[in-house]
Design a protein around this ligand. Structure first.
Ligand code: UDP
Ligand code: MG
Length: 304
């Protein structure tokens, strides 16, 4: 019988784990005659009792596997570890908070059998999320799409179902700044969306504060696009032409307005700072790539 590994990243989710596991174990039943299901929980350095709760479940059921990180390495690294440890014919990724309904993994499997290697959940509605979160997410996915040559689906998180071939291709990509919802489409395998309504969190609060959201957004843009430097290039060409016109104007009309000069100086120095900032983003990423550090550190595992 073919196998499916379901990867669940966990960071301080002690209030969700019981409910999530109940739904996941029901899903395992649904798959009973089709696929053998294993769960790979990746505990991303939780400070609450998530690790203990998961270890208890893992001791009772060999299909519940656990990877404990030495500290919090972030959601994308937790997924990376899950994908590295996954050995199944298929792999699915789902959050620990039941915002993505686990039952849909069965629908993803059916869609996959129609001849797709990647089936990704596409969010139609998001229940009970702040206007700020909805607006920033809406804006981000559209900005990213306009900046990248690659077709990264909009309104799509990491909730998805992939075949072994996609997983192997993904696992060969060892870059340090990881935007997985862009890296998987990059592999180029045939993909299809599965539209769904995002539920509210089963319990607890988001583990994605603004700082983590911003980091993920920057990784998405700077890892997949040279548009920021291309835009700088276009801006510098534009400013060069403007300055030529101003110079010619000053020569022919002899105007000496101090405010104009100070305005131009302030404007130019802010453009310079922006340029340094953008270049710094790329250079920092090059620096990170050249250090040969592992992507994450595993403290211990259960049932592998
Ligand atoms: N998560 C993680 N490491 C982190 C932050 C989050 O493993 O540093 C997990 C979290 O436990 C959840 C998933 O990633 O399973 C998505 O996080 P969350 O639901 O807080 O994000 P949101 O849905 O609010 O964007
Ligand atoms: Mg969530």
């Amino acid at each position: 019988m073919k196998t499916l590994d379901i990867i669940v990243p966990v960071y301080n989710e002690e209030d969700c784990i019981d409910k999530t596991l109940e739904r996941l174990l029901n899903l395992k039943e649904t798959f009973r005659s089709k696929l053998k299901v294993n769960f790979i929980f990746v505990n991303d350095g939780s400070k609450d009792s998530s690790a203990q709760i998961l270890a208890k479940y893992a001791k009772e059921d060999k299909s519940i596997k656990l990877i404990n990180f030495s500290r919090n390495f972030g959601h994308q690294m937790a997924l990376t570890a899950g994908l590295d440890y996954s050995k199944g014919d298929y792999t699915a990724i789902i959050d620990a908070d039941l915002q993505d309904p686990p039952e849909l993994i069965y629908n993803m499997y059916e869609k996959c059998l129609e001849g797709y290697d990647i089936v990704y959940g596409k969010r139609l509605k998001r229940k009970n999320e702040t206007v700020f979160k909805k607006l920033t997410a809406w804006g981000f996915y559209r900005t990213l799409k306009s900046m990248c040559n690659l077709d990264i689906p909009t309104d799509t998180g990491d909730f998805r179902f992939i075949t072994k071939d996609v997983r192997n291709a993904f696992n060969s990509m060892r870059e340090k700044h990881r935007f997985i919802r862009g890296m998987i489409p990059w592999t180029g395998f045939k993909s299809a969306p599965l539209p769904y309504n995002r539920d509210e969190r089963a319990a607890g609060v988001t583990k994605y504060p603004l700082s983590k959201m911003l980091k993920l957004a920057l990784d998405g843009i700077f890892s997949f696009s040279f548009k920021p430097v291309e835009m700088l290039f276009a801006l510098s060409a534009f400013l060069f032409i403007v300055s030529l016109i101003v110079l010619a104007g000053a020569f022919f009309f002899e105007f000496e307005e101090e405010w104009l000069i100070s305005f131009v100086l302030v404007f130019l120095s802010s453009v310079h700072m922006l340029a340094f900032g953008i270049l710094g983003q790329y250079i920092g990423r090059i620096y990170d790539e050249t250090r040969n550090r592992p992507l994450y550190i595993v403290k211990d595992t259960i049932n592998f």
